[in-house]
Design a binder for this molecule. Structure first.
Ligand code: SF4
Length: 565
């Protein structure tokens, strides 16, 4: 087994494919039915391996220079080789990817993993032969790379969401301990971790479609509406509230997509214009990162032109999953956001961005630089987290996330109880968990940085503080929503805890790695763990900007085509 100093494991030097094999494998993947076995066969051996021993830190100062303040540049230079870590280079297929490439939105798009074939190839390159054992009894039988890949491919078939994994996200996962990794759990399902759904789980648990007076506009609160401008995201979260609409079809779900079409948007704008009690619009999806910069301007200027609209927010997980785009000098999405924000400020209207971090490990120095840029240019950013089992369901981790976000001037706004969404029972926590975490954290963090811990009430009751429950007995909690109009303001809403499962204990100890010779766990700080050669699988690194991907296992529109539609 080959390990690098960060405890990430890399593919052993075990052979090579002749280049001609690639085309044949690729063609068979395009035109034959994909099965787990066929995908595993196609990636069972690396195609080209190159030995390299260079240190990523050598490149830090020259690659950072244009992103940092002069004082920071000096700090980088003076602390080398301990300067900022080019973390994506731990994925050895990206060892030669520069900071300029990594922050490029086009590079992120081109290297996002969206298909089982690419996923299997990537996993084959990054997983160690033997995995760190899981704390989850359901996953303890997965011990090897091949069994992990097989379980992941089968997990995609079970999921309500397609996969889309940006290089940033792929670089933040500890692949050696991938079974229990909190980022992996959010975006890459394993079949063995699924548990039977509670009978109350549904695809549209918030009844958004029922609360939509026109397609793609949810109007639930008297003065606020949710505009679903697209149904595409840079990543797809397993637990997505909108799994009825977001992403491509899966084996389990045919989606009610909200295409970003001008005709549909016009109907939405007309409804907003004639509904004068509306003051606040959430522009969401999907993810507004997948709107073109001109779409951000068009939507922003249209909303600013409506006299009764006083404020709106663009919802995007982009800062969490592809933060480099905010710094990309060749991409104008951020400029459009900044310009609309400034126009709003000049008109006395509040425009901001809402984002979605769930775990501190999602945050890198690129994230920090992106957040600094948004803060410096006057863009207000708020964060909404979802409480997820095995991801952030402890006061230690949630508190760490809240403090980290506060340091980045990202307002921790909401922590949501996970919705009653089908296919994610393994990620839900009992209501008691959110109550306990809030109780433990309140008073330890400045009040204005404490998020509200809320339940988005099933069947469209809106957000209520978890602590505002009317009753909570035997895993069933009830709530009222008197602020809503008509029958909605009168009725009782019910949240059901998940059925009791075997507990998954969060790993808060130091990550561990498996010794090459001893098959025992070593702390990453152990010098034996740091003695390694680094290997590169040559043709996995895509530095061109062609965003065409190989065949989609599940039908999904090309992001760019849909965004332009
Ligand atoms: S980014 Fe938001 S809309 Fe997209 S999949 Fe995740 S939760 Fe759903």
């Amino acid at each position: 087994m080959i390990l690098n100093p960060q405890g990430r494991c890399h593919f052993p030097l075990s052979g090579s494919f002749p280049l001609g094999k690639r085309a044949r494998v690729g063609r068979s993947m395009f035109f034959t039915k994909l099965t787990t076995r066929s995908v595993l066969r196609s990636i069972s051996r690396p195609r080209l391996l190159v030995v390299s021993s260079r240190s990523p830190a050598k490149y830090a100062s020259r690659q950072f220079g244009h992103l940092l303040e002069p004082s920071q540049t000096r700090a980088v230079q003076s602390t080398l080789p301990l300067g900022p870590h080019l973390y994506w280079q731990d994925i050895l297929v990206w060892q030669d990817v520069t900071t300029d490439d990594f922050i490029s939105w086009r590079w992120q798009l081109a290297n996002t993993v969206r298909t089982p074939t690419k996923l299997a190839r990537f996993l084959s390159a990054v997983l160690p032969d033997t995995l760190a054992p899981s704390h989850d009894p359901r996953l303890q039988h997965i011990k090897t790379k091949d069994s992990f890949i097989g379980d992941a491919l089968n997990g995609i078939g079970e999921s309500t969401m397609t996969i889309s994994l940006t290089p940033h996200i792929l670089s933040r996962i500890n692949w050696h301990a991938a079974l229990d990794d909190p980022i992996r759990r959010q975006f890459l399902p394993l079949k063995s971790e699924f548990v039977p759904d509670h009978e109350k789980l549904t695809l549209d648990s918030l009844h958004e479609e029922a609360d939509s007076p026109v397609p793609g506009l949810v109007h639930r609160y008297p003065d606020k509406a949710l505009f679903l401008a697209t149904s595409i995201c840079p990543v797809y979260c397993r637990f997505c509230t909108r799994s009825y609409a977001v992403g491509g079809d899966t084996k389990k779900v045919s989606k009610s997509r909200q295409k970003p079409s001008r005709r549909r948007w016009e109907i939405v704008f007309e409804y907003i214009e004639k509904t004068t009690e509306l003051q606040d619009i959430v522009v969401s999806g999907g993810d507004t990162y997948y709107l073109q910069p001109e779409d951000i301007r068009e939507i922003g200027e249209r909303l600013l032109s409506i006299p009764h609209i006083k404020r709106f927010r663009f919802a995007s997980k982009g800062l969490a999953v592809a933060p480099g785009r905010i710094l990309d000098p060749h991409d104008t999405w951020t400029k459009a956001l900044i310009d609309i924000t400034n126009q709003g400020r000049q008109q006395g209207k509040h425009v901001c961005m809402h984002t979605h971090f769930n775990h501190p490990a999602e945050i890198s120095w690129v994230t920090e630089e992106a957040a600094k840029k948004l803060f410096a240019t006057g863009v207000i950013v708020r964060n909404q987290s979802v409480l997820l089992k095995g991801v952030n369901d402890s006061a230690e981790i949630m508190g760490g996330l809240i403090r980290k976000l506060s340091d980045l001037n990202i307002q921790p706004y909401y922590v949501y109880q996970c919705d009653l969404v089908r296919g994610i029972e393994d990620l839900r926590t009992p209501l008691q968990t959110i109550l306990d975490i809030e109780q433990q954290l309140r008073g330890t963090i400045a009040g204005f940085m404490m998020p509200s811990f809320v339940v988005d009430l099933p069947e469209g009751g809106g957000k209520r503080l978890a602590a505002a429950k009317e009753t909570y007995e035997n895993g069933v909690s009830t709530f009222k929503a008197p602020g809503l109009l008509g029958e909605k303001g009168e009725r009782t809403y019910t949240y059901w805890d998940p059925a009791v499962q075997e507990s998954l204990t969060l790993r808060t100890d130091n990550p561990t790695i498996v010794s090459e010779n001893e098959d025992v766990l070593l702390p990453v700080t152990d010098p034996r763990a740091q003695e390694t050669e680094q290997l590169v699988i040559g043709d996995m690194s895509n530095t061109n900007t062609n965003t065409n991907t190989d065949t989609q296992y599940f039908e999904e529109p090309s992001a760019q085509a849909a965004a332009a539609g």
